[in-house]
Every structure is written in structure tokens, then in C-alpha cells.
Design a protein around this ligand. Structure first.
Ligand code: HQG
Length: 180
């Protein structure tokens, strides 16, 4: 990814996950923005987007952060939302035996007390892949990998969902199900 694409991708993450109102954009409950409206609303932020640029970013996103609707007219962030405008109806799924969460070592004392909580987002984000989880944890400092007893949680009534891009979501993870 070149810098310009990374820059636009970060901008799209910001408006599609966190602050659509900052550019006067409306998302529906499922997180969709009309692409033509996104293009218009982005002009005042100095972004000259078009369909090609947007589709290119969607295709090249390493984590498949964005999804285009089947009719090709709308775009949404697959996961990671904090905006109250959005409450995606994710499909419930049976998780694998273990899932992983990467975090920073400095958060571990609080996690031991509270378990994993969504913080500013709507869900705790989990990965089926250890390397991905470590990379996620590295964003906040020296990382630590946590192994989550996902199937055990599921068997005890906790719900799991999988976003369009494969990221696993759950509302919280009590410390009881976390292996350090
Ligand atoms: C931590 C990225 C203290 C949690 C990634 C994490 C992901 C606690 C941080 C997606 C805690 C929240 C989400 C507790 C949780 N006490 N700290 N009780 N419970 N935490 O960014 O999972 O690149 O909201 O461990 O790939 O790091 O943006 O969540 O360190 O899929 O597309 O609080 O964001 O995607 O941080 O990352 P975040 P996350 P993108």
C-alpha cells in the first residue's frame, strides 16, 4: 500500500467505524454508507474519491476491513465500530476450540481483574490466528498473546459472531476463560 492509499483507508475506517457525523455522512443500522454520498461528503475533507479508488482500497486492504454491498452501491466497515449509529446483525456462529487476542503487557493487570471488555468498541475482537493477534497487540506496546477458551465459553452460553472479514466478535471474555 502506498501512503496515499493508507491515508484514505484510515480516513474510511474513521468515518465508517467511528465518526460518520464528522463529514455529515449517514450510516444505516447495518453500517452501510451509500458510496456516492461518501464521495460527496469526503470532498470537504480534501479527499477526491471515486468508485475506482474506493474499490481498489477495499480489494487491497490486508485485513479486508471494508465490504461492498451486492448491488455495488454501498460500503461498510466489516467490524471495529464505536459509533452508536451502527448495530450490525452479525450471524451467530460456533467458535473453534480456541481463539486468540493480542494485547499490550501493560493492560494485563486490568484484564486479570475485569476480563476482556470492548472498551470503546461494541465487541471484543478475537482472531483464529496467533500471528494476527500478536500484530493487533503490538499496536499498543510490547504485546502479549492471550488464548481464549472460546468453545468452552460458547458451551456456557456466550455468543460468538464472525464479521465479513473473518474476525471473531464476542461481548466480553471473563478472565476464567483466558489462558496467558
Ligand atoms: C484492551 C484492529 C484493560 C484490549 C485490529 C485492547 C482488531 C483492556 C484495547 C480491531 C481490557 C482495546 C480491534 C481491560 C480489553 N483492561 N485493557 N479489562 N479489555 N482491553 O483497538 O482488539 O487495524 O479497541 O486488549 O485488527 O486491539 O483497525 O481493540 O488492547 O481487529 O482494522 O483494550 O482493530 O483493526 O483496543 O483491536 P481496540 P483491539 P484495524
Amino acid at each position: 500500500m502506498n501512503n496515499k492509499i493508507t491515508d484514505i483507508s484510515k480516513f474510511l475506517s474513521y468515518v465508517l467505524r467511528h465518526q460518520p457525523e464528522s463529514i455529515g455522512l449517514l450510516l444505516d443500522k447495518e453500517g452501510w454508507a451509500v458510496i456516492s454520498e461518501l464521495i460527496t461528503c469526503s470532498i470537504k475533507e480534501g479527499y477526491k474519491l471515486d468508485n475506482n479508488i474506493i474499490f481498489n482500497i477495499v480489494d487491497s486492504s490486508d485485513k479486508k476491513r471494508f465490504t461492498i454491498s451486492e448491488d455495488g452501491l454501498r460500503i461498510r466497515a466489516a467490524q471495529g465500530h464505536s459509533t452508536q449509529q451502527v448495530d450490525i446483525t452479525y450471524i451467530e456462529k460456533v467458535p473453534p476450540c480456541f481463539l486468540y487476542h493480542g494485547t499490550a503487557i501493560r493492560f494485563i493487570f486490568s484484564i486479570r481483574e475485569q476480563g476482556l471488555i470492548p472498551m470503546s468498541r461494541k465487541y471484543v475482537h478475537l482472531s483464529s490466528n496467533k500471528d494476527t493477534a500478536i500484530q493487533v497487540g503490538q499496536r499498543y506496546g510490547k504485546p502479549v498473546l492471550l488464548k481464549i477458551e472460546a468453545l468452552n465459553m460458547y458451551d456456557q452460553g456466550f455468543k460468538f459472531y464472525q464479521a465479513d472479514n473473518g474476525v471473531w466478535l464476542t461481548e466480553r471474555v471473563p478472565y476464567l476463560f483466558i489462558q496467558e
